[in-house]
Each structure stands twice: as C-alpha cells, then as structure tokens.
Design a protein around this ligand. Structure first.
Ligand SMILES: [Zn+2]
Ligand SMILES: [Zn+2]
Length: 113
C-alpha cells in the first residue's frame, strides 16, 4: 500500500500528498470534505444519507488541522467542527485524487450500465 512520503499543510490550497510510490496527489478542500467517509456523512447499516454536494459544503471550507492515524489514514479537523472522518490511504490515493492523471483515468473508465 502506498503511504504519504510528503504532505502539504492545512495552509496549502490545494492540499497535496506525494506518495511512497512517487504519485503526486492534489485535493481541493471542498471535495475532500464532501468525500468524508465517516458514518455521519456516508451512513452505515440502515442509515443512508444523501451524498454531500457542493450545496452542503461551503466553497471556502478548510481543515484547521490534520493528523496521521496509525499506518493507514489521515484525520482532518474541519472549520465546520467536523472531525470524525478517517480517510484511509487507498481512498486518498485511488478514489478521490484530483491530479490530471487520475481525473483523466476516471473519466475514461466505462460507466456501469
Ligand atoms: Zn463525516
Ligand atoms: Zn492522482
């Protein structure tokens, strides 16, 4: 599993991570907040809220602090007080990376019928 070798700070915009496999990821704060994988945002069991959209998250949202959780995730404390989301590295590296390469790859993947 790729792990962050270098990371931006909460004052960087966009936020960025350079991975141990050499991949350079970047993330807009708003999309990062929208992708929060915690039970409150994404649901669990029978609780399935609507996914967060641009309407739910202020375009100016930023994280106030971030911490590395063990060997597998990052945790952000957001300006809106939210801090329960643990972002596993595979999510950050493969699913929500906004670098040109990943954006192009996701756009070219066949959509499920
Ligand atoms: Zn959340
Ligand atoms: Zn990428």
């Amino acid at each position: 599993m790729a792990v962050p070798a270098q990371m931006g700070s909460v004052t960087d915009n966009p936020f960025w991570i350079v991975w141990s496999d050499g991949h350079r990821s970047k993330y807009s704060w708003q999309r990062l907040r929208m992708a929060c994988p915690c039970a409150h945002c994404k649901g669990e069991w029978t609780y399935r809220p609507d996914p967060l959209t641009e309407k739910d998250v202020a375009p100016t949202i930023r994280a106030m602090s971030l911490t590395r959780v063990g060997a597998y995730a990052l945790r952000f404390t957001w300006m809106d007080g939210h801090d329960t989301g643990l972002y596993p590295f595979p999510l950050l590296r493969h699913e929500i990376c906004e670098c040109d390469e990943c954006v192009a790859r996701r756009a070219s993947e066949p959509s499920p019928r």
